[in-house]
Design a protein around this ligand. Structure first.
Ligand code: XUL
Ligand code: CO
Length: 436
């Protein structure tokens, strides 16, 4: 029986680019073939439980704006929330969802109560997943909202907090495993510092390294086949977060021997906060061999905050999916809408429309990216730009056959005097414009 929260909704349909019905897809067609694969299988959309069903609409100057019948802290509230969530997932036709433990269960007074509540809700969600075919893209632990985590979780100066966090993560990996989740995510919201005056950075980094190794060891111990993903973010809520960006995370993984065990979940807004573009972070993760999944959203470019808005910029999405496709596409990962409504968007319908337009925007980006790849629009000029390195002499220089003195002799002998060549940026930008 329907909860009635969304009124009389049925499955959102594709009505084509000319549709003026806000409750229809104009571009997203799950079965449409893109580069020989269904669009749904490329994009692997997931809805984030927290923004749509937990966040009350507060900002630093005001509290709750959303009125939801499941706001409360009982198991009955949590079940109603799950019922509505699955009604929305089904209407949208998304194959996946994602959650933190704290999103799906009521908060208990102790670790034991939290675990019991989590287990109750995992069983409840398991039934709903079996009935609808909707799957779990990833699970994670909320180690940043409760006051016990205010000085960090694994990086806390108090070993009891480290223990509480480790025990909580164990229960969340168990939950994810039980629900056949395809990944487990760690976002270290408070794994950082507010001031160096009270922070031993060397110790905190070692604690974080140990914690992550514990997670990987446990994953193997229980036979969890999903990927372990770290989600980089430079700051907010802390002044400085240790998993700042993809490059920083890679250095960290190398230092603690985890570069073959852990990959990254890259979020658009976090990339912008770190002073990068989304495509920079994606391209770097591909280059380092640690790409995992994406959190799709958009930051406000004026406020400088992590505003978690729904994406609506097709050229940006096209470049993002270009790099996802260039890396071979998602394996365990997917497109998780880590995006929330603006606090004035209080109608149930706003929840649907925001996801529909986000999905359409991603679909357009994907199609543009696929056409650029099929035409070699960017890869041909790129290959040509580096073609000199295919030359035998250049290969010797690159593979270690030659030392500096050999190279110097080579330059002298052949009177090498490089010719300057255009980088053709404007031409390339114009090529991209043809596709978006
Ligand atoms: C916070 C953020 C989180 C993670 C999961 O900025 O992105 O929602 O995705 O903890
Ligand atoms: Co995120």
């Amino acid at each position: 029986m329907s909860t009635g929260f969304f009124g009389d909704i049925s499955r959102i349909e594709y009505k084509g680019p000319d549709s003026t019905d806000p409750l229809s897809f104009r571009y997203y067609q799950p079965d449409e073939q893109v580069m020989g694969k269904r669009m749904e299988d490329h994009l692997r959309f997931a809805v984030a439980y927290w923004h749509s069903f937990v966040w009350p609409g507060g900002d630093p100057f005001g509290g709750q704006t959303f009125e939801r019948p499941w706001f409360g802290d009982t198991v009955a509230d949590a079940k109603l929330k799950a019922d509505v969530a699955f009604e929305m997932f089904s209407a949208l036709g998304v194959p996946y969802y994602c959650f933190h433990d704290a999103d799906i269960r009521p908060e208990g007074q102790s670790f034991a109560q939290n675990t019991k509540n989590l287990e109750t809700m995992v069983d409840y969600l398991g039934d709903k997943m079996a009935a609808t075919g909707i799957k779990l893209l990833w699970g994670t632990a909320n180690l940043f909202s409760h006051r016990r985590f205010m000085s960090g979780a694994s990086t806390n100066p108090d070993p009891d907090v480290f223990a509480f966090a480790a025990a909580t993560v164990k229960t969340c990996i168990d939950a994810t495993h039980k629900l056949n989740g395809e990944n487990y995510v760690l976002w270290g919201g408070r794994e950082g510092y507010e001031t160096l005056l009270n922070t031993n950075m060397e110790r905190e980094l070692d604690q974080l390294g140990r914690f992550l190794n514990l997670v990987v060891e446990y994953k193997h111990k229980i036979g969890f086949k999903g990927a372990i993903l770290i989600e980089p973010k430079p700051q907010e809520p802390t002044k400085h977060q240790y998993d700042y960006d993809v490059a920083t995370v890679y250095g960290f993984l190398k230092r603690y021997g985890l570069e073959d065990e852990v990959r990254v979940n890259i979020e658009q807004g976090h990339a912008i906060l770190a002073g990068h573009s989304f495509e920079h972070e994606l391209a770097l993760a591909n280059a380092l061999g640690i790409f995992g999944s994406i959190d799709m959203n958009r930051n406000d470019y004026q406020s400088g905050w992590d505003t978690d808005q729904f994406p609506n910029n097709v050229p940006e999405m096209a470049l993002a999916y270009y790099h996802v496709l260039q890396g071979g596409g998602f394996t365990t990962g997917g497109t998780n809408f880590d995006a929330k409504l603006r606090r004035q968007s209080i109608d149930p319908e706003d929840l649907l429309i925001s996801h529909i337009s986000g999905m359409d925007c991603c679909a357009r980006g994907l199609m543009a990216a696929a056409r650029m790849i099929e035409d070699g629009a960017l890869s041909d000029p790129l290959d040509e730009r580096y073609a000199g390195w295919m030359d035998q002499q250049a290969q010797h220089m690159f593979n270690g056959d030659m030392g500096l003195d050999d190279i110097a002799a080579h330059v002298l002998q052949n009177d090498i005097n490089p010719r300057a060549r255009s980088g053709q940026q404007e031409k390339l930008e114009n090529i991209v414009n043809r596709y978006v």
